[in-house]
Design a protein around this ligand. Structure first.
Ligand SMILES: [Ca+2]
Length: 364
């Protein structure tokens, strides 16, 4: 499913995603009628179905001309590591080895429902799969902590959405000369989401597979057109969409209900390079507050969240494991089943021949 989007006068995307409920699609013509009305009237709009309004929150947004970012303590955003601000972008890392950089909001966000539109650019000299490592967008309790997870600390508390440009797991398996079946293969660059509670580690060697909530392939490197990532958190539902084909259309990436994120966390963006590198640029982070009407009953049912978690995470993991049975595992399962069968047949034949033999002896 592709949701429609329109763009405002700055050429930035305006999501119409809020206008529709999932599984309740409107015809294309209607989208554009809506788009036109929105375009010409207001920056915020309401959804009849959900009673939802959307407001740009400047204090949680980062956009040109990045006034005071990196130099003034009064700016809402703070730079860290190798990140640099220019007139065109906040460059988290340059296309050089072993760099890491970040930009973090200084203000904790106390919004219940929100969506973040990330305008980003990943580009560099490296050819396919000879670049890395990627960037991440965060909504976490911690901020300004260097570390191995795309330049942020491990065992973080909150949400991370990763644009992973280097397939560590695949390269590792290739190096061991093992077969890598398409069934388990994730095509890189790959976008995925993870929720941490402060004690869950990100498995870098496996590109976060054990803790992956969902993800999608996204060919985002070295593109001429603009690339966008959209993270939406409404009624504990996490949705990630991408607009990377230059078609001004949102494409589904992942959609997971039952994601519990506390309020008062910080937004941030980080990136890291290793032996391989890329320029990781943030052009803008636009945070929209979504005003969702809740019934009294809904309000009563929603207890306060203190620790991030995902409902049915075990089910998600089980699904992944079933899906994730590797080619080697399948090979050995088949091999041992066959060997087992042959062994049983041989045993059967031996027992049978002994029985025939003993019967013949009885006749004599
Ligand atoms: Ca990776």
């Amino acid at each position: 499913m592709a949701a429609a989007s329109s763009r405002d006068h700055n050429g930035e995307p305006r999501s119409l995603f809020s206008l529709m409920s999932r599984g309740k699609m409107l015809p294309w013509k209607l989208y554009w009628t809506f788009a036109f009305i929105l375009f010409t009237t207001s920056r915020c709009f309401a959804d009849d179905d959900h009673g939802m309004e959307e407001f740009l929150k400047r204090e949680y947004s980062l956009s040109k001309p990045y006034q005071g970012v990196g130099s003034s303590g009064s700016s809402h955003w703070e730079l860290m590591g190798d990140s640099m601000v220019t007139t065109e972008q906040v460059r988290l890392t340059p296309d050089m080895q072993s760099r890491q950089g970040a930009v973090w909001s200084r203000l904790p966000c106390h919004l219940e429902d929100w969506e973040m539109q990330v305008h980003f650019k990943i580009h560099g000299q490296g050819k396919k799969n000879l670049n890395g490592d990627g960037l991440a967008i965060w909504y976490t309790k911690e901020r300004m902590q260097k570390g191995p997870v795309f330049g942020n600390m491990d065992n973080f508390t909150g949400l991370g959405v990763f644009v992973d440009t280097y397939p560590n797991e695949e390269k590792h398996i290739e190096a061991q000369k093992k077969r890598y079946t398409p069934r388990t293969q994730r095509i890189f660059p790959y976008i995925l989401a993870m929720v941490g509670n402060g004690s869950i580690s990100y498995d870098h060697e496996r590109d976060g597979r054990p803790t992956e909530l969902g993800g999608c392939n996204a060919m985002v490197r070295n593109l001429k057109h603009d690339t966008f990532l959209f993270i939406r958190y409404v009624r504990r539902r996490l949705t990630v969409m991408i607009d990377i084909d230059g078609q001004h259309e949102w494409r589904d990436c992942l959609d997971i209900p039952g994601v519990r994120l506390p309020q008062g966390y910080y937004f941030g963006a980080t990136a890291i390079t290793g032996d391989l590198s890329d320029n990781h640029d943030i052009i803008s982070l636009k945070l929209y507050q979504l005003t969702v009407l809740r019934s009294q009953k809904e309000k009563e049912q929603e207890d306060e969240i203190t620790i991030p978690s995902v409902d049915n995470m075990d089910l998600l993991r089980m699904g992944q494991n079933e899906e994730g049975m590797s080619g080697i595992a399948i090979f050995f399962t088949v091999l041992f089943t066959m060997l087992g069968s042959i062994f049983l047949i041989v045993i059967g034949l031996v027992v049978y021949s002994h029985w025939i033999e003993s019967r013949r002896k009885r006749f004599y």
